[in-house]
Design a protein around this ligand. Structure first.
Ligand code: ADP
Ligand code: MG
Length: 357
């Protein structure tokens, strides 16, 4: 197992253009880690992955696999297993022929090929499928063949670019668990690309949240969810309300803010937040940390219900507070919350977190 390090990696496609597709990215992916690049379309995820694979060279910066500086190595020298959204399987070959492809190219003996193909198909729970035609398989099975084909060469790193995007919702959830199981068992250092935050949260050891070519935050799913670094991360991971509140006091990792209802509360803040009394803090409040109800004195703020959405797991109640929309997610919504009602909102201060703009 090896770690993968990106140091100040940038990629510009056009020399004349000022904006970089990938802009000064520094991250270390630990040996055996399942690491995800997460961000909206166009933020530079695929470009970053292609530089790790060797399909693009960085404009500046360095990439290391363990002690090897691979920045300018060709793709075949890097020993990476790649899995793509469109599977990229050979439709006219059998499952076994597809999986064996990388071994054949590497001139592995026929006996060894057969042994390793069997082993790889067992790994992805497709034992006995070797003689099937690719077009006779479901999308989920085809993606598992693609995984087996990547794993069979025993790559130093696995690179997966939105591999589940072509599957429908239920199969996507099943297959993401399957990919994670296979990765755990093989222990291969893996970099996974997705724009789907739920997928990233469910699968990853750690996540790098990207926007406009830059890494906004690197952390565990818990860290990026409960301690988002800035308003972009707070809104992109899950659904967060970002409230602007006046600061009435500050300590090293706590900030006291005044709520629209007049009460003051203490909320968590990152070290070095730099806020002092008189500033305005941006405070991230998750919908599930806001409750609807409470009398005038205890309500953090009051507003008029502008939208109610029943999702099954929770009821999402959107409340207009002086022109700002605040969303609460209620597992047990009190009966009779209706459009236009004036309601109080209560916050769970211990769950609130100060973010940067
Ligand atoms: P993502 O995978 O996050 O959707 P990409 O890495 O594909 O984003 O793209 C990042 C940016 O780089 C986008 O603005 C995209 O248009 C640009 N880009 C990607 N590939 C090329 C290319 N081969 N030539 C020029 N621009 C590119
Ligand atoms: Mg992409």
């Amino acid at each position: 197992m090896i770690d993968v390090r990106l140091t100040a990696v940038s990629k510009r496609f056009a020399k004349s253009s000022d904006s970089a597709a990938v802009d000064d990215v520094t991250v270390t992916i630990g040996a055996g880690e399942f690491f995800t690049l997460l961000g909206p379309s166009g933020c530079g995820k695929t470009t970053t992955l292609r530089m790790v694979a060797g399909f693009y060279f960085p404009t500046s910066g360095h990439i290391h696999f363990g002690d090897d500086d691979v920045t300018h190595w060709t793709p075949n020298k890097r020993d990476t297993g790649m899995v793509f959204q469109n599977y990229a399987l050979f439709p006219h070959m059998t499952v076994a022929q597809n999986v064996a492809y990388g071994l054949k190219v590497r001139r592995v003996s026929r006996a060894e090929q057969a042994r390793r193909v069997t082993e790889a198909l067992e790994q992805v729970h497709l034992a006995g499928y070797g003689d099937r035609r690719i077009d006779a398989l479901s999308g989920g099975q085809q993606q598992r063949v693609a995984l087996a084909r990547a794993l069979v060469i025993r790559p130093r790193t696995m690179l997966l670019d939105e591999p589940l995007s072509n599957l429908d919702a239920k199969l996507r959830e099943e297959t993401r668990a399957e990919i994670r199981r296979i990765q755990r068992e093989s222990g291969t250092t893996s970099i996974y690309v997705t724009h789907d935050q739920a997928e990233a949260m469910a699968m990853s050891d750690r996540i790098a949240v990207m926007e406009s070519g830059r890494v906004q935050q690197v952390g565990t799913p818990h860290e990026v969810y409960y301690q988002p670094a800035n308003a972009f991360v707070a809104r992109f991971i899950g659904r967060s309300n970002v409230l602007s509140l006046p600061v009435t006091g500050a300590a090293e990792q706590r900030v006291q803010v005044r709520l629209p209802g007049g009460a003051t509360i203490e909320v968590g803040a990152p070290a070095g937040h730099g806020l002092t009394e008189g500033d305005t803090a941006l405070v991230s409040a998750r919908p599930e940390h806001i409750a609807v109800g409470g009398d005038d004195d205890t309500a953090a703020m009051r507003g008029r219900v502008s939208h109610v959405e029943f999702t099954g797991m929770a009821t999402h109640v959107t409340v207009d507070v002086d022109g700002d929309e605040v969303m609460a997610a209620l597992v047990d919504a009190p009966a009779g919350i209706g459009l236009g009602d004036v309601v109080g909102l209560r916050l769970a201060p211990e769950r609130l977190w100060v973010v940067k703009p």
